[in-house]
Design a protein around this ligand. Structure first.
Ligand code: FMN
Ligand code: SF4
Length: 684
């Protein structure tokens, strides 16, 4: 390596025992829930291979691969207790090794962090019968034979990983079984596994001794460990650092991967894995302290989202290897871009944590604005140029869908112009970022706008496109990405009296003093407006017909909203509909109804009723252009999902191919818009 790159601390190799890691960037273990039957099959392999291709030195696969049958998968975890996993892991390792990317795996017994009512219906266990709020199981107390059995399971799991040709393993020891022995909060035993630190570490040392006996002294074994639970009565910082010292000096481990905080509730989890609007790299200094105290290899990840912070983590000697885990979900080619001097082209991780929330909510991790991640078999991370003719592409609307379609079409080599009705790009993302806590989401827009600039695509602002504006461009392809407009929920009366969440977010209408917010959508749109209202100082009641509010949003994204609602005294009423609104003098009277009891009603007197009920497509231009098009707007979904040309020729003389994407079709979310933008356009 020559020139300035040679001096980049991030790109310097790192020697871990016999293993040379070619740079300092890694992806820490995370379970994207891409497993099939508990095995890391093609989807899993391609996901990691893409990061390997993208230049990272080490990918840690399998968040929380389970070593025992009585640790049933909680979020798609790999079954490292089964021999069949060896060839799958081996194939995965080979495809990363091809790019000189090392591969390790995290193994664990989930302990109380899972449910009993799945897989083999075996009882969940823990050192003591202390329930984990997040997964809600009441665990049985581990007996002597459980301890023996699980120690042996760790050893045979480690052997399988070694047999597969992986470069190493780490134990997961935060919020799972192993650290359950360490913490005074979860260890209430009265035997030799509780009391002194020696006793609380007894299980850990039994495991490492059994694993070492199974895999030998050379195989790399590390531990991802909590070194401070950061909660009253939990494992203290002093004890955590002492544990780190003892593990490091035991000569049995090869690295420490440092965690600070707890994961037993959604709120706690966001302390360990902070989401958008939360501080950057909050535990980096702490990880540095552990490195200083132990003089041992230290890895760490927690919202080190940009290259500058990652570089600082290494340059300042706080870390040996820096984890950029979600950043690689957003852009698997970070290191390659750094090496090419294209740091500014990295697709930014905006902290939305759609990825992590979806392992529970949707059964697979997906990035809010990279639709290729996890779909590497069909969707390209790097768009190839067309071998066919260069087409004139007109994109109507510069929201996320339109921007993505324009970017992809331009990468294909087509001549693209974007017409945008307003004075700025971004569509509903511009509304979302009016909530200051979510302002980072603008990265979704800014990255695309700068990519369009690089690709020479013109965005014409303040153009309300009519049929003639579009046909005057003489396009071969017209992409309608005009988004939608807010609609009211069904009300018996009072449509004209309510305010939309858009009006609040845009600032067009100021929050009132006594506000009833009716969210009949269930996602961020309503919550974000409600958060803005609550923060304005208004007395707010949130009403939702759902069993719990905002069910379309995952647990981690729920946290900051609920924090605001508790801080601001927001009243939350679920299982209730707003039926109608009427005016009474200076007040608005909202009549509430129930799906459960016919005739039940209640009333609220407020000065403002704000509603959220999604959007209706803005599709006039689509319908106007439809008769002129070759495909008459039709899409062949079979062809679309199989990567073939999805536009049937319905009218051979038609002037152009026409399709619509994103909310211009039906109100959905940012990922859906971006996915449409990519998949409809990538084969043009
Ligand atoms: C989808 C997903 C699943 C995760 N699962 C695990 C896991 O099983 N074990 C683990 O130690 N960390 C897990 N993590 C946490 C990551 O390893 C990492 O600590 C976290 O994302 C913070 O780093 P980042 O800010 O670089 O993303 C998961 C993260 C994500 C996004
Ligand atoms: S969903 Fe958000 S947090 Fe997750 S990788 Fe994508 S941008 Fe980052």
């Amino acid at each position: 390596m020559n020139g300035p790159l040679a001096n980049d601390p991030l790109l310097r190799p790192y020697q871990l025992k016999h293993l040379t890691l070619k740079n300092r960037v890694m992806s820490t273990s995370h379970e994207p829930a891409y497993s099939e039957d508990g095995m890391p099959k093609a989807r899993y392999r391609l996901y990691h291979a893409e990061k390997a291709k993208g230049g990272m030195a080490l990918t840690m696969t399998a968040g929380s691969a389970i070593v025992s049958r009585d640790s049933p998968a909680a979020f798609g975890n790999l079954h490292v207790y089964r021999d069949e996993i060896v060839p799958w892991l081996s194939e995965l390792a080979d495809s990363c090794h091809e790019h000189d990317c090392k591969v390790m795996i995290q193994i664990t017994h989930l302990g109380r962090r899972t449910g009993w009512n799945k897989a083999d219906w075996l009882p969940v266990l823990a050192p003591s019968p202390v329930r984990e709020p997040a997964h809600r199981a009441f665990p049985k107390t581990m007996e002597d034979w459980d301890i023996d059995r699980i120690v042996a399971d760790y050893a045979s799991a480690a052997q399988r990983c070694q047999a597969a040709g992986l470069d190493g393993i780490e134990f997961e020891s935060y919020g799972h079984l192993m650290d359950g022995f360490w913490s005074p909060l979860t260890n209430r035993r009265d035997d030799e596994f509780n009391g002194s630190l020696d006793n609380r570490l007894r299980f850990t040392f039994r495991v490492i001794d059994a694993v070492r006996a199974a895999v030998g002294p050379d195989f790399i074994v590390g531990i991802r460990m909590v070194a401070d639970e950061d909660v009253e009565k939990g494992l203290s910082r002093a004890e955590g650092i002492e544990i780190a010292r003892r593990l490091a000096s035991s000569g049995k481990f090869d690295f420490l991967n440092i965690i600070r905080g707890m994961i037993d509730t959604d709120a706690a989890l966001t302390g360990v894995i902070p989401i958008t609007g939360m501080p950057s790299a909050p535990h980096l200094d702490f990880a540095g302290e552990i490195r200083e105290a132990t003089k041992f290899p230290v890895f760490h990840a927690a919202r080190i989202s940009d290259v500058a912070t990652a570089r600082h983590a290494i340059a300042s000697g706080k870390l040996d290897m820096v984890g950029m885990t979600r950043p690689h979900i957003a852009d698997p080619h970070i290191v390659a871009k750094v090496m090419r001097g294209e740091e500014h082209l990295i697709r930014p991780c905006v902290g939305a944590t759609y990825c992590l929330d979806r392992i529970y909510e949707g059964g697979e991790a997906l990035c809010i604005h990279n639709a290729a991640t996890g779909r590497e078999d069909m969707m390209p991370h790097v768009i190839s140029r067309t071998h066919g003719p260069v087409k004139k592409v007109a994109v109507i609307g510069a929201g996320p869908a339109g921007l993505e379609a324009a970017r992809v079409a331009a990468e294909r080599g087509h001549s693209v112009v974007v017409l945008e009705a307003t004075g700025q790009a971004g569509g509903q993302v511009q509304l979302a970022v009016r909530n200051p806590r979510r302002k980072e989401l603008i990265g979704i827009v800014d990255w695309r706008v700068s990519e369009l600039k690089r690709l020479g695509v013109e965005i014409r602002y303040d153009v309300w496109a009519e049929q003639d504006d579009v046909t005057a461009l003489g396009p071969d392809v017209v992409i309608i990405a005009t988004g939608g407009m807010p609609q009211n929920p069904p009300l018996d009366a009072g449509d004209e009296l309510v305010t939309s969440s858009w009006d609040i977010l845009s600032g067009a209408v100021k929050p009132g003093e006594h506000v009833l917010f009716y969210d009949d959508n269930g996602g961020h749109q309503g919550m974000s407006a409600a958060e803005v209202i609550a923060r304005s100082g208004a007395e707010l009641e949130l009403v939702s017909p759902e069993r719990f509010f905002a069910p379309e949003m995952g647990g981690m994204n729920h946290v900051p909203y609920m924090k605001t609602f508790h801080e601001k005294g927001t009243r939350i009423t679920i299982n209730t509909r707003v039926k109608s609104v009427r005016r009474d003098g200076n007040e608005l009277v909202a009549t509430l109804g129930s799906d459960f009891v016919k005739g039940w009603h209640d009333e609220r007197r407020v000065d403002q009723v704000v509603v959220e009920h999604g959007t209706v497509p803005l599709d006039e231009i689509y319908h106007a252009l439809k008769p002129l098009s070759r495909n008459l707007g039709a899409v062949d979904y079979e062809a679309l999902v199989h990567g073939a040309n999805p536009f049937p020729e319905r009218q051979p003389g038609g002037a152009f191919t026409l399709f619509r994407i994103g909310d211009a079709v039906a109100g959905r979310n940012i990922h859906a818009a971006i996915y449409d933008g990519l998949r409809f356009t990538m084969n043009l």
